[in-house]
Design a protein around this ligand. Structure first.
Ligand code: SF4
Ligand code: SF4
Ligand code: FES
Length: 247
């Protein structure tokens, strides 16, 4: 039977500063994904291997890792597409808990800072939602919170800035584009949100396993919104008169 070598980064910072790569030979079966190969190691060779997963169907976002240096979901990556030697490392933008498991809780702290959905006071009832309003933010709701876009973003990885990151811009754009939302998040994005740090490299968009057009449909419109609402005096005036509804 054909075999593949998994080269897995091992560490447990709460116990020791040691970091090493262990190699494991895994027999390849038809249709095998990288998560299957990691499970083979865990079940047959080394039960102490730390790995997080839930659905094995690319729905829960918990098996995110770096495979041959690229941020990917282990359950959505075919073994045969990765060559005979596959290097698997934890996501680099987050602190390691153990082996392939990272602590992504910083994202939940960011999420708590985002001004929540706030219904407009003068909403007519019943309100008829337009299909165009549904379609505008529908793709944002497919986010599985894998945080791969956060992981690949060089601003978060290298500069440790105050930028909330692409996953959270997706969330903010979905709130801002809701026709019943009544608040303006431009100032938050301009200041605490740190959107100015993003230089639109599109790495996040290319990495997203849900094919969300993060840069094109969330980041760029949010940047344009800041220009209109924060910098442009005429835009500011019009925005005040018309309210904060997404235009
Ligand atoms: S486009 Fe912006 S958010 Fe996306 S990876 Fe580049 S800098 Fe980060
Ligand atoms: S936007 Fe895409 S890459 Fe980012 S967390 Fe959501 S699903 Fe993952
Ligand atoms: S195990 Fe749920 S996304 Fe991979």
């Amino acid at each position: 039977m054909h075999e593949v070598v998994l080269r897995i980064k091992r560490s447990e910072p709460s116990v020791s500063a040691e970091t090493r790569f262990d190699e494991f030979k895994v027999p390849v079966e038809e249709g095998m994904v990288v998560l299957d190969a990691v499970h083979y190691v865990e079940q047959n060779i080394d039960p102490t291997l730390g790995v997080r997963w839930n659905c094995k169907a690319a729905r829960c976002g918990s098996c995110a890792a770096e495979i041959n240096g690229r941020p990917k979901l282990m359950c959505k990556t075919r073994v045969e597409s990765m060559g005979d030697k596959i290097t698997i490392e934890p996501m680099r933008a987050f602190p390691v808990v153990k082996d392939l498991v990272t602590d992504v809780s910083h994202n939940f702290e960011i999420a708590r800072k985002i001004p929540p959905f706030t219904p407009k006071k003068d909403t007519p009832t019943p309100f008829l939602m337009q299909q165009s309003d549904i379609l505008r933010s529908k793709e944002f709701r497919t986010c599985i919170e894998c945080f791969l876009c956060q992981d690949v973003c060089h601003v978060i990885r290298e500069h440790n800035s105050d930028y909330v990151g692409p996953k959270h811009v997706v969330k903010i754009a979905s709130l801002d584009m809701h026709p019943l939302d009544g608040i303006d998040r431009s100032n938050f994005m301009h200041s605490d949100g740190g959107l100015g740090y993003c230089d639109i490299t599109k790495c996040c968009q290319e990495t997203c396993p849900e094919d969300i057009k993060i840069t094109d449909n969330a980041i760029i419109p949010e940047k344009e919104r800041i220009v209109d609402h924060v910098y442009d005096p005429l835009g500011r005036l019009i925005h005040r008169i018309r309210g904060s509804r997404w235009q």
